[in-house]
Design a protein around this ligand. Structure first.
Ligand SMILES: *Cc1c(COP(=O)(O)O)cnc(C)c1O
Length: 537
């Protein structure tokens, strides 16, 4: 069997396939959606397993006092195909029926979505809100994804060679694979060994708290142990049971999502024995979804990139005017920034010293467009959103906050901005794919050397880095280093090039596209996953 024939079942809690399909929260889902589309484009025999979220992730809007608030709505989709298949899973000793839907609508390989919202189910809410509620609910959702997911594959008649857990959320699929084998008479260790042979795992977050863990008693109470004993659970995931540790031990091979993240993840999990090796495979994007084909063509043929960029910029300006009633200036620099509001991402970083940034906003030489949600339970993140909104109120003609970040906003901003700002505290950003979207659209990255950017950055040629890759446990020192560098590069490089050297700017746009278009297109990622992660050597 050649490698490309490996039949892969890809498990993920969220999928961002289309802006109309509210089954994603952020980067993890966007990556998963892009991956399934790439698999379809390039002919890989893959299927996706996920959840049909009734309410999806939060709709987060801004109230009249500038504070974000959350609301949830029931979504109905007419593009879901009923497979006629249902599977059962026992949660809290109750039988829960999961209906299996299929989505193939968006140029993707088949994606099967599990849904507990069926008549007669005692707990139909399980597939209600993505990343909502509390620990027990999360476990229930993960049982649906993992345990019911494997059962769905069996009933649908898919033979699978590789089970790919995209994030630790899918780990209970491993317990189900073990249960099947133990049911056939294998002992625990042999079942574990064989499960490992067919399982791979992708870890995403270098933030310790982002790696979920659950008390062992809770796993037992919920029924997630799936027949395993306390000792066996502890042997796999420790106590409390860490989902990432468990997935590292249940898989044959693991990967991190950028080179730097590979180093970080290996340090982070160095203390875990009996785990799979973590190799780096850098994320990519699905070009047809995110990149203006015309920019790619013009770059190749040496055509007029600037005029086309201005069309995209105008489309963004119109979009902002429609949404927020503010009309930004076409001949002035637009900096785009959209990501989840989390402290390490430092969304409001550029406002730190208003004596420097204030005059640039007043004069209109710098215009900044923000978007991004905070997790509904994250008050710190919500405070960050509020501070951005406050700046938009203070500088109404230069600062914009677009509420309710989604794929539509993501696409508009990564096409129509001039500069894509990214300032996480290194090395906290695993990869970041919005910068890839921007780069391929000729939007120049201005970023700390974190995530994917150290691999792509040609400083002053295809974008800029600032901060020189400085790392420190001393957050104040790190912030000071990066802030000074950001202001220096902005004032000494970005602004002079934009306003006084358009030729150089366009040259950089061209280099930005040329240096990223293939290296960070999903075809490369698929090849890497098949060669390095799925192949058995
Ligand atoms: C691209 C995208 C992301 C992921 O980008 P990051 O750089 O990881 O923040 C998240 N959300 C949306 C809506 C996107 O379009």
């Amino acid at each position: 069997m050649t490698n490309k024939d490996s039949r892969v079942a890809y498990f993920c809690m969220e999928y961002g396939l289309d802006t109309s399909m509210k089954t994603y929260a952020g980067g993890l889902g966007i990556l998963a959606g892009d991956y399934l589309k790439g698999a379809k484009d390039h002919g890989y025999p893959m299927v996706g397993i996920g959840i049909k979220w009734k309410q999806g992730y939060t709709d987060q809007r801004i109230d009249e006092n500038g504070k974000p608030y959350d609301s949830y709505h029931n979504y109905e989709y007419d593009f879901l195909e009923d497979t006629g298949v249902t599977v059962d899973v026992t949660i809290r000793k109750q039988n829960i029926t999961c209906k299996v839907w299929k989505v193939e609508q968006f140029g993707n390989v088949p994606l099967y979505l599990l849904d507990t919202d069926v008549p007669g189910n005692p707990e139909s809410w399980i597939t209600g809100q993505l990343y909502g509620w509390f620990g027990e609910e999360r476990i229930a959702q993960e049982m649906v994804l993992g345990i019911a997911g494997v059962r769905a594959l069996r009933k649908l008649g898919h033979d699978i060679d590789v089970y790919h857990f995209n994030e630790g959320h899918a780990l209970f699929a491993g317990f189900e694979l073990m249960r099947e084998k133990m049911g056939q008479g294998l002992d625990f260790y042999e079942a574990w060994r064989q499960t490992r042979e067919e399982t791979v795992f992708t870890t995403h977050t270098p933030i310790v708290e982002g790696n979920e863990s659950h008390p062992i008693e809770k796993l037992l109470y919920m029924g997630a142990a799936n027949g395993l004993t306390v000792e066996q659970l502890v042997e796999i995931g420790g106590a409390p049971f860490n989902m990432t540790v468990g997935a590292l031990r249940l898989s044959r091979m693991s990967n991190a999502v950028a080179e730097l993240h590979g180093e970080t993840a290996n340090k982070m999990w160095a203390h875990v024995d009996n785990r799979s090796e973590i190799i780096p495979i850098t994320n990519c994007i699905h070009r047809p979804t995110w990149v203006d084909e015309k920019m790619l063509d013009l770059q190749e043929s040496g055509g007029d990139l600037w005029s086309r960029h201005l069309e995209n910029k105008r489309a963004l300006i119109d979009f902002i005017e429609e949404r927020n009633g503010v009309r930004l200036k076409e001949d002035k620099l637009i900096i785009g920034f959209s990501r989840r509001a989390a402290p390490y991402k430092r969304s409001d970083f550029i406002f730190t010293d208003e004596s420097i940034i204030g005059p640039l906003l007043e004069s209109g030489d710098v215009q900044i467009v923000f978007s991004g949600k905070a997790h509904p339970l994250d008050d710190t993140g919500k405070g960050i959103v509020s501070s951005l909104v406050k700046m938009a109120t203070k500088y109404p003609h230069a600062v914009v906050f677009l509420e309710n970040y989604d794929m539509t906003i993501g696409a508009m901003l990564t096409r129509g901005s001039d500069v894509w700002l990214n300032n996480p505290r290194r090395p906290k950003e695993a990869s970041g794919t919005s910068g890839m979207k921007a780069a391929m659209n000729g939007v120049l990255n201005l970023s700390t050397l974190d995530g994917w950017w150290p691999e792509a950055c040609e400083h002053g040629e295809n974008g800029w880095q600032f901060g020189d890759g400085f790392e420190s446990e001393d957050v104040e020192a790190l912030d000071k280093n990066d802030l000074d560098a950001l202001y220096r590069i902005l004032q000494e490089d970005v602004l002079p090039t934009f306003y006084d050297n358009r030729d150089k700017w366009v040259q950089m746009m061209s280099r930005s596209i040329a240096s990223t278009r293939d290296r960070f297109a999903v075809k490369r990622m698929l090849e890497d996953y098949y060669d390095k992660l799925y192949a058995k050597n």
